[in-house]
Design a protein around this ligand. Structure first.
Ligand code: SAH
Length: 257
């Protein structure tokens, strides 16, 4: 690949980060659902060490911080997101126990059996669910928890259009029962799984994008990459409204044996 292509690719990525930095969440979720998932976790103290992997700008991290008392490390590959994460943490006066660092989820800076909780909302797909839950296992203490949300099929069979879309975007999407089996195989007790309600997509993810898209298109008037990015997001939202009976995000909460 030529350098020219590489720089175009980097520019695209910068655009993607800029686009998502204008909205509070970079994936489907809500404060209520973060709190619900937290309610299954019963081992946390002031001394707890928590990692939020693929934390983005920290929408869910600040909710976790307000409902726990330990130390939280946010991990994300994007320095744009991590800068905003640390600004958000300071604004809420949480900087003494909530810090973001730029790092890849396939090369985490933790010791074996260091963590009491690994959190990851809408991000583990970046290395794949099965690889992620297996690789991260060693960082958890015995009896510690993993809580991740992941795109999942609700049915065994679904319409071709949505099946093809997801198999192209993320072929590891699978049924809830298959994901749970993967957790068991990796050594976790499946403590809970639950489907994220539709408002995590509609109200908290797609609705804020509507005005963000208009602003973004005004700023990048005539820019093909920006137009394509928005077009892509709009298409994804349309598919969600059309096929939301067949897929969604599911929270998987496991405990290390
Ligand atoms: N948890 C946030 C963000 C989800 S979007 C929320 O729910 O709002 C997915 C995030 O994963 C993005 O912030 C993206 O920058 C990050 N990401 C992508 N690849 C990554 C990697 N290899 N390591 C760490 N973070 C990664």
């Amino acid at each position: 690949m030529s350098d020219e292509n590489k720089s175009i690719h980097q520019f695209d990525l910068k655009l993607i980060y800029e686009y998502y930095s204008t909205i509070e969440r970079q994936g489907p979720g809500s404060p209520e659902i973060t709190i619900k998932a937290l309610s299954f976790i019963d081992n946390l103290t002031n001394e707890s060490k928590i990692a939020d992997i693929g934390c983005g700008t920290g929408g869910q991290t600040m909710v976790i911080a307000n409902h726990t008392s330990g130390h939280i490390t946010g991990i994300d590959l994007s320095s744009i997101f991590i800068d905003l994460f640390n600004i958000n943490s300071q604004k809420l006066n949480l900087q003494n126990r909530v810090n973001g660092i730029v790092c890849s989820m396939d090369n985490l800076p933790f010791q074996n059996e260091e963590l009491d909780l690994i959190w990851s909302e809408g991000a583990i797909y970046n290395i794949g669910f099965e690889r992620g839950i297996n690789e991260w296992y060693k960082f958890l203490k015995k009896g510690a928890f993993l809580a991740v949300s992941e795109a999942s099929w609700f049915t065994e069979k679904r319409p071709v259009e949505i099946d093809e879309f997801w198999n192209n975007e993320y072929p590891e999407i699978d049924t809830i029962s298959n994901k749970v089996a993967q957790m068991e195989k990796a050594g976790y007790i499946p403590i809970a799984t639950f489907v994220l309600p539709e408002n995590c997509w509609t109200e908290h993810f797609y609705a804020p994008q509507v005005s963000a898209q208009e602003k973004f298109l005004r700023k990048y008037l005539g820019n093909k990459s920006a137009e394509e990015l928005v077009e892509n997001q709009r298409h994804e939202a349309e598919l969600y409204y059309k096929y939301k009976d067949f897929y969604g995000y599911v929270f998987y909460i496991g405990k290390k044996i």
